[in-house]
Design a protein around this ligand. Structure first.
Ligand code: AMP
Length: 575
């Protein structure tokens, strides 16, 4: 017997009322315990205010206006009343509940609603298309509302509108599912990275427990979460983390794509699980011959190449290919190719638990390169700094971003950003700054200056405006040496040519020029850095004894560099 929908509605009301995270989790746990396994999937989806899991792009297609019509019909009130009530709360669920409570005429033959029936009826709505489908959709909802009590109606209407207002987010479900079915939360999370559907995860946990969850792997045709990389600044640090040796791959700046091959059927998904297959017919065709397997899931980066220079086009060009119309025209204008770097599944075998080197070998054996269309990304396995530097130069010379470093034995950790994959990009720009203040270090570094406040020059008033605090990049010897040197020139009060809001422990008269590198210039509130700019990942490079302090970079130059950088990356649109 399926769970009564009224039970679910009771729980949803309680969930809506309690703001406490712990209480919410406990409510979900007891609801899941009361639910029989056959209903688990439906209960979880409905709790989230969904009819289908997020990765399924089916919409009920019923906006507020349509649902209002259903509410009018089911409650017997006319649209004016509905509109007036709706204006009060903006919540049609509350409106239908209130009006049904007031409804004078009681429906005589109410057929009690079960979770199964509600879910089945709602799930059929997206299939209703074509002429007259709008009425069919409204009638389905009216049918449900006629059998609903006021509280049930509140949640039916909200579900139709794609909201539950119970404060149950996907993230909270992990712990509730784990507790309800007595399985480790990590397994719930792992299964979710493959299935992208907590309803299905909960059902497996309910029916098969931890054993069932352990068996879950990638599914052809279903998008999954990709593995991500951490940023590390130097080759030395990378080698230290990776145990002296690692795989270095070119880092391409394009669009992350997972290709799913199921015999002749190819699907392309982005890192956000969007199905972009129809935008890239040229690539789809190529995969059919390039991937020598019946079934496979392959991970790679799609880039566009300039046919004249042979260099990669800026990332924004690739984005222009993600479109629904004029696809053919763009194929020649912006030719794209894909370079693979990982394989997650081959002929229905899950490879994600295999070590990196083995997956790479399998990848190379599986991909038949097609010139200008499909290849395997360039790779070097090495622990030799010179060799790595050379490889980095080659990547940059070819117009790419840097290197992606991979731990040789690492498994593929879907959805994780850990230190198994590292990105290594050059710090391209450097600027010259005046050192204007410092803070004492802590612990081992107490007594020496641990970080310095640095500034650029404003040509108009000839004053120094702060841009960043910098502490990294200094060796222990330099820390000692600079502390000695700067202690000699500590100013009693803040020199008047410095415009700063931050208060370092000590001020220096601007005298010393440093060259520093950074990854990015960011706008900064004036209350923090008075130049209005800040630097991300600033690092000391060297002292510029050849420069006097009036030759440091200016605020205007920083603005120019910032604008250039923004043009270059168009990052806001990055997928
Ligand atoms: P980021 O977006 O800066 O965090 O860098 C990670 C991204 O680099 C990945 O999501 C991929 O889209 C991209 N990428 C480019 N080349 C590679 C590669 N060889 N291995 C893994 N990811 C790569």
């Amino acid at each position: 017997m399926s769970l009564m929908f009224s039970k679910l509605a009771d729980y949803m009301e309680k969930l809506e009322k309690t703001p406490s995270y712990l209480e919410k989790t406990q409510l979900i746990v007891s609801l899941l315990k009361e639910t029989s396994p056959e209903d688990t999937n439906s209960v979880v989806l409905l709790l989230l205010g969904r009819v289908y899991p997020a990765y399924v792009s089916l919409e009920l297609g019923m906006g507020v206006q349509l649902v209002k019509r259903a509410v009018a019909s089911a409650t017997g009130y006319d649209m004016n009343v509905i509109d007036k009530e709706f204006a009060k709360t903006g919540d049609l669920g509350v409106v239908v509940q209130k009006l049904l409570e007031k409804k004078r005429q009681v429906t005589l033959f109410r057929k009690p609603l079960t979770v199964k029936r509600v879910h089945e009826i709602l799930a059929k709505i997206p299939e209703m298309t074509g002429a007259g489908s709008q009425d069919l959709r409204i009638n389905s909802v009216i049918g449900l509302l006629n059998d609903a009590d006021p509280l049930e109606a509140r949640f039916i209407v909200r579900t139709v509108l794609g909201e539950s207002r119970t404060g149950v987010a996907e993230g909270r479900l992990r712990d509730a599912i784990a507790e309800a079915f007595n399985v480790p939360p990590e397994l719930v999370e792992q299964a979710y990275t493959y299935l992208n559907d907590h309803g299905e995860v909960a059902k497996i946990a309910a029916e098969e427990g931890a054993k069932g969850l352990e068996k879950v792997g990638p599914i052809i045709g279903r998008p999954l979460n990709v593995m991500l990389a951490q940023r590390v600044d130097t080759i030395d640090e990378i080698l230290e983390r990776m145990g002296g040796k690692a795989a270095w791959e070119w880092k391409l700046d394009g669009m992350r794509i997972l290709v799913h091959k199921d015999n002749e059927k190819i699907k392309l998904f982005t890192r956000r699980q969007e199905d972009v297959t129809s935008s890239f017919p040229d690539l789809v065709e190529a995969q059919k011959t390039a991937i020598k397997a019946k079934t496979a899931i392959v991970d790679g980066e799609m880039i566009a190449t300039d046919s004249i220079t042979g260099k990669p086009m800026p990332f924004q060009e690739v984005l222009k290919r993600r479109r629904k119309y004029e696809i053919k025209e763009k194929i020649t204008e912006i030719p794209v190719s894909i370079q693979f770097f990982d394989i997650l599944l081959l002929n229905n075998k899950n490879l994600m638990g295999e070590p990196y080197l083995k997956r790479r070998q399998i990848l190379e054996n599986t991909i038949k390169p097609i010139p200008d269309k499909v290849s395997v990304v360039k790779q070097l396995v090495s622990g030799n700094k010179k060799e790595i530097e050379k490889f980095m130069k080659e990547s940059l010379k070819a117009g790419h971003e840097g290197l992606l470093v991979k731990e040789l034995n690492s498994v593929y950790r879907a959805g994780r950003r850990e230190f198994l994959w590292l990105k290594f990009k050059p710090e391209v720009e450097t600027i010259d700054v005046a050192v204007v203040g410092a803070w004492y270090g802590k612990g081992k570094r107490a007594g020496t200056f641990g970080s310095y406040l640095v500034a650029v020059r404003n040509e108009e008033d000839e004053k120094f405006y702060t841009i960043t605090k910098v502490g990294s990049g200094l060796t222990d010897e330099q820390l000692e040496e600079f502390t000695k040197m700067f202690k000699e020139i500590i100013a009693k009060t803040k020199p008047e040519e410095i415009v700063a809001e931050l208060e370092p422990n000590v001020w220096f008269k601007p005298n010393v020029v440093w060259e520093i590198v950074y990854e990015e210039i960011q706008p900064s509130p004036h209350e923090k850095h008075t130049s209005s700019f800040g630097l991300r990942f600033p690092r000391f490079v060297k002292i510029r004894e050849d420069k006097n302090v009036n030759q440091v970079n200016t605020v205007e130059e920083v603005r120019y560099l910032y604008e250039k950088q923004e043009k270059r990356k168009g990052k806001a649109m990055k997928n």
